[in-house]
Design a binder for this molecule. Structure first.
Ligand SMILES: CC(C)(COP(=O)(O)OP(=O)(O)OC[C@H]1O[C@@H](n2cnc3c(N)ncnc32)[C@H](O)[C@@H]1OP(=O)(O)O)[C@@H](O)C(=O)NCCC(=O)NCCS
Length: 219
């Protein structure tokens, strides 16, 4: 056995000190997107027409199109959010019917078709954890605090703090009781400014402490 402390030797590990400017790793592809502070986009991530909130990150090879992603979201590798549907109603559903320019079949692409795709945007709340390889289908919304299991195909909305798994994904549980969920949503801790986050950071590590300090309920 060979113990390997660090490979390749002499090269620093990928920068892990984040900041106001997004940390974007090699091979990312970004078009028409807003990316927040303290964010990290893992290698090979693609964002097209996306709003990506502060502190959220992708582990790599994520593809996200026409979507809003809240703050503090954890997106595992190989997640796909909003894989575009093709026009099943046309004689051919091939993409030449809307990517006309590329095929020399029109002066312009099919604007109306892309508008239709945009109308089926995905909305991901704050502090959502999306597991490895999950697929969030067009038009689906996922509530704040939810968990999506690895490999899930999510075809219907998932509520706040619910845990959904499987193909197609079903809710198997809720992380906390309703009244706790209500209080967490009301607290809107994800909107704390940086100074407040730093001052109260430890309180995010323990539910009882958080509820005691910032809400009317105890878990
Ligand atoms: C969804 C998840 C968080 C649930 O974890 P948990 O709360 O500990 O739940 P359990 O392991 O007790 O599983 C509960 C049930 O759901 C099933 N289940 C768990 N994860 C599942 C998944 N991803 N797909 C299908 N079923 C799953 C379990 O088999 C179990 O079923 P059973 O009650 O019939 O036995 C976890 O399984 C998961 O998928 N994590 C994502 C990990 C990941 O992708 N990380 C990437 C790095 S960020």
């Amino acid at each position: 056995m060979t113990y390997i402390d660090h490979y390749p030797e002499g090269q620093p590990a990928a920068a892990r000190t984040l900041g106001d400017t997004p940390t974007i790793h090699p091979g990312c592809h970004i078009l028409r997107s807003q990316v927040g502070a303290w964010t990290e986009l893992g290698a090979g991530t693609s964002l097209v027409d996306v709003t990506f909130g502060d502190y959220s990150y992708t582990a790599g090879d994520a593809q996200i199109i026409y979507a809003t992603i809240g703050k503090y979201c954890s997106i595992a590798s190989h997640v796909r959010i909003n894989p575009g549907n093709h026009p099943q109603w046309r004689v051919t559903q091939h993409h030449m019917t809307y990517r006309r320019k590329a095929f020399g079949l029109g002066q312009a692409d099919d604007k109306e078709f892309f508008e239709w795709r945009k109308e089926h945007a995905c909305h991901i709340g704050h502090d959502v954890w999306i597991g490895h390889g999950a697929i969030i289908m067009p038009g689906v919304s996922i509530g704040t605090g939810a968990v999506i299991g690895s490999g899930a195909v999510v075809t219907k909305d998932v509520g706040p703090y619910q845990v959904a798994v499987g193909v197609s994904a079903k809710v198997i549980k809720q992380r906390f009781p309703d009244e706790v969920v209500e209080q967490l949503l009301q607290s809107e801790w994800w909107n704390w400014d940086r100074a407040t986050l730093e001052a109260r950071f430890e309180d995010l590590l323990d539910l009882q402490t958080f509820l005691h300090k910032y809400t009317n309920v105890t878990a």
